[in-house]
Design a protein around this ligand. Structure first.
Ligand SMILES: NC(=O)c1ccc[n+]([C@@H]2O[C@H](COP(=O)([O-])OP(=O)(O)OC[C@H]3O[C@@H](n4cnc5c(N)ncnc54)[C@H](O)[C@@H]3O)[C@@H](O)[C@H]2O)c1
Length: 244
């Protein structure tokens, strides 16, 4: 059986926040390759390919998130899958962090997940669909000064939001999962200096940075019917950086 057959997204539609770049773009491509229709909701208007429809959206803005859901329903008539793949690092150490920056990163990384989840619920309830949140190893192991305390706290919050929603929405037939990647080679990572990137790769048991496509395939799997027994899970896709 081919991967596309395995993922089986024919006749389904996904709304992916952050699909203009990196992990979100890879998830959009994987879902489209499996036969699904995809809309990218992102500050940036570009999409990974012509198979993905764009809607400009600021995930920190309640009205903008609502408009993205409305546009997706208008275009595809349904929403079976929702992915949140928007996040920015903060800076450490904690003593040098301003309240304004704490709030900015929390807004982008975590409050946005609440806004997306709340807007997603009626659509996923109607379709019996699934959601995937892109967390991070930082949300599991406490992170590091390079990405700062707000990043670690926001990703930890996202992981527990995922678990909470898996329980609350189970009766509605909605599955909710997270992926927790280690360092992934995306534009976000390209801005890190090469020496630090090499150190990140060396720290992984697999010895290399993770490719965005690996995350895209995992997300498409978690959204598919083949993952119908998986909910409340946090997929450890860290190259062995964190061992369960
Ligand atoms: N790259 C890594 O090493 C890595 C590791 C672990 C977790 N993650 C997480 O994966 C997710 C995606 O990261 P990536 O590496 O693909 O980053 P990326 O920068 O390549 O993509 C992020 C996308 O989010 C969009 N975006 C930013 N702010 C937005 C906003 N307010 N509203 C709407 N869209 C917005 C950007 O335009 C961009 O298209 C993030 O949550 C990140 O924390 C990344």
């Amino acid at each position: 059986m081919s991967t596309n057959q395995l993922l089986e997204a024919h006749g389904k539609a996904a709304l992916i926040f952050g699909a203009a770049s990196g992990i979100g773009a890879a998830a959009a491509e994987a879902y489209a390759s499996a036969g699904g229709q995809v809309m990218s909701a992102d500050l940036a208007p570009q999409t990974p390919s012509s198979r993905v429809a764009p809607i400009e959206c600021d995930v920190t803005d309640e009205a903008s998130v609502g408009a993205a859901f409305a546009a997706c329903v208008q275009q595809f008539g349904r929403i079976d899958a929702v992915v949140h793949s928007v996040g920015v690092p903060s800076v450490g150490p904690l003593a040098s962090l301003s309240l304004a920056d704490w709030r900015r990163v929390m807004d982008i990384n975590l409050t946005s997940a609440f806004l997306v989840a709340r807007a997603a619920w009626p659509h996923l309830k109607a379709s019996g669909g699934a959601a995937v949140f892109v967390a991070s190893t930082s949300g599991r192991n406490g992170g590091a000064t390079a990405t700062g305390p707000t990043y670690a706290a926001s990703k930890g919050g996202m992981i527990n939001l995922t678990r909470y929603l898996a329980r609350e929405w189970a009766a509605d037939g909605i599955r909710v999962n997270a992926v927790a990647p280690g360092p992934v080679m995306t534009p976000l990572m390209a801005s890190v200096d090469p020496e630090r990137r090499a150190a990140y790769a060396k720290a992984l048991l697999t010895g290399r940075l993770i490719e965005a496509e690996e995350l895209g395939a995992a997300i498409a799997f978690l959204l598919s019917d083949h993952a119908r027994s998986i909910t409340g899970a946090v997929l450890n896709q860290s190259g062995g950086l964190v061992l369960d």
